[in-house]
Design a protein around this ligand. Structure first.
Ligand SMILES: [Zn+2]
Length: 58
């Protein structure tokens, strides 16, 4: 089973999505995408919690 997330899942107007074997790896992809795709986005603990709550098992 893999973990999956997309920007749209957390309400961003963006078509990016990713999947990974573990939540840790997925969050690294999220962090990289946030830097490249959403410059200026503030990564708060609340945002991280929101993202994690939307991670799906696929
Ligand atoms: Zn995005």
């Amino acid at each position: 089973m893999a973990k999956s997330i997309s920007s749209a899942d957390v309400g961003a107007d963006c078509s990016w999505s990713a999947s990974s074997e573990t939540e840790e790896q997925l969050m690294e992809k999220v962090a990289q995408h946030a830097k490249e795709g959403h410059p200026g986005l503030e990564i708060t603990p609340e945002l991280i919690a929101k993202i994690k709550s939307h991670i799906k098992d696929v």
